[in-house]
Design a protein around this ligand. Structure first.
Ligand code: FCB
Length: 459
């Protein structure tokens, strides 16, 4: 063990999930399809043809999951609200959808667990996608209205909010690579989606603040990555800068400096009509105050230049066709993602230096082989080592001066891992796919013990 409880920063600790990945019950209580329902039911879109129809059936089993959270001893639970439960047709409020989140939030508070709610973790109502989705500017007002409905309803009990989870995935995996919903492959539309996501964040955060009043915490969750060169060749080192722009600064510069970076604009200029897309006042709206920047971190991004001989797919995101994303060094998790806790330290210290914003790690964790023994036991020492190493990097970033507020493990339950289906398991709790029985893995016992020790140490 690298991390001992007394080394951990005195911040909020928790676990994270998202609606489509765990809830199931996709046609219950008035919920309408989201883009992920449509996408997962499209042949060939998801490994094994799997869908979130059942997922972990958390919609019906949430009391049991709340008991697991209480048993773990977390301070906070990060979850997302399903837009298509709340406004299934994009207009009318569905009271039964809101009532589910009442039950969830009340159950958290009854157990002394602080909710951190994400408004959008990728489940856009299909009806809004049919009207143009993130590509069309109209979606911005639709999102702001959804934010108001939810905040008016839950804001007396939920004080910590994030607007979007990982807009990089929504825009670039969803509209450029087409490997996530809505499965579009069009760089021009991806550039438009990115801008409208940022604008939706800005408009919704103003609505959240107005609705919630003083004392609320409003933020956004990104998945920035430390970008590293495929080799020491000069072209590879030069590739890093642009890839950093299109992965990281494309979000953080508008949010915290009210400006898109010049290199990003230059890369996008041949692709999209930026003069029409980026309107007067947009950047001021995007750069609304952020109380907390959530950072989801799994692995660094390694890039090279085609000119130095690398071949293969470019990193996700329009404007970098001359770059190649290469696999990082071993060891890697079950999805082939290079394991490198130093990347988390690099990210947190860099974000602190460049933007001076309060930070939380809102997701980190790993998919591992997770062989299951009789009765559902999983002795996931590899996941414990991963989390331990990343907590140590987190502690070190705090010691180096980063303003850290929280740390959330991805994820509570083995769940629907998007285009990968159910095969990669990230949970600290095993979910038997046939019975949906939950069994805490060794990592859950480890996290629980760490949190309990810390409680003792903090006193
Ligand atoms: C992140 C997502 C989360 C989960 C993890 C593994 O990109 O936010 O939903 O799928 O990756």
């Amino acid at each position: 063990m690298v991390v001992s409880a007394d080394r951990l920063p005195a911040v909020t600790y928790g676990v994270a999930t998202s609606s489509y990945q765990i809830e199931g019950a996709v046609d219950v209580d008035g919920r309408a399809p989201s883009i992920w329902d449509t996408f997962s039911h499209t042949p060939g879109a998801v490994a094994g043809g799997e869908t979130g129809d059942v997922a972990c059936d958390h919609y019906h089993r949430f009391e049991e999951d709340l008991d697991l959270l209480a048993w773990l001893g977390v301070d906070s639970y990060r979850f997302s609200i399903a837009w298509p439960r709340v406004l299934p047709d994009g207009r009318e409020v569905e009271a039964r959808g809101l009532a589910f989140y009442d039950r969830l939030v009340d159950g958290l508070l009854a157990r002394g667990i602080r909710p951190l709610a994400t408004l959008y973790h990728w489940d856009l109502p299909q009806v809004l996608e049919d009207a143009g989705g993130w590509e069309r500017r109209e979606v911005v007002d639709a999102f702001a209205r959804y934010a108001r409905v939810v905040a008016e309803h839950l804001g007396d009990r939920v004080r910590d909010w994030s607007t979007l989870n990982e807009p990089w995935c929504s825009a670039f995996l969803g509209y450029d690579l087409g490997v996530h919903a809505p499965g579009v492959r069009d760089p021009r539309r991806a550039v438009a989606a990115a801008h409208h996501l940022l604008l939706a964040h800005g408009r919704a955060s103003r609505v959240l603040r107005e609705t919630l009043g003083a004392g609320a915490q409003v933020g956004i969750v990104l998945n920035p990555a430390p970008v590293r060169p495929a080799s020491d060749a000069a072209d590879d080192r030069a590739a890093v800068e642009l890839a950093d722009g299109l992965r990281n600064r494309v979000w953080t510069d508008p949010l915290f400096r009210a400006a898109y970076p010049d290199d990003v604009l230059a890369a996008w200029d041949p692709i999209a009509d930026l003069a029409t897309l980026h309107r007067e006042g947009d950047l001021q709206e995007i750069a609304a105050p952020v109380d907390l920047l959530g950072v989801n971190y799994y692995t660094p991004l390694y890039v090279g230049a085609r000119t130095s001989g690398h071949t293969g797919p470019a990193p996700a995101g329009p404007g970098q066709d001359h770059l190649v994303e290469v696999p990082g060094p071993a060891p890697a998790s079950a999805l082939g993602w290079s394991i490198d806790a130093s990347g988390l330290f690099d990210l947190l210290t860099r974000l602190h230096t460049d933007y001076a914003v309060p930070l939380a790690v809102t997701e980190t964790g790993g998919a591992f082989p997770d062989p299951v023994r009789d009765g559902g036991e999983v002795d996931d020492q590899d996941r414990i080592a991963y989390l331990d190493g990343h907590l140590e990097a987190f502690a070190r970033a705090g010691e180096a001066g980063a303003d850290l507020r929280g740390f959330y493990v991805w994820t509570l339950l083995d769940n629907f891992e998007w285009a990968e289906g159910y095969a990669p398991t990230f949970g600290i709790v095993h979910v038997d796919r046939a019975t949906l029985r939950r069994t805490p893995k060794a990592s859950a016992h480890w996290y629980r013990a760490l949190l309990a020790d810390r409680a003792g140490a903090v006193g």
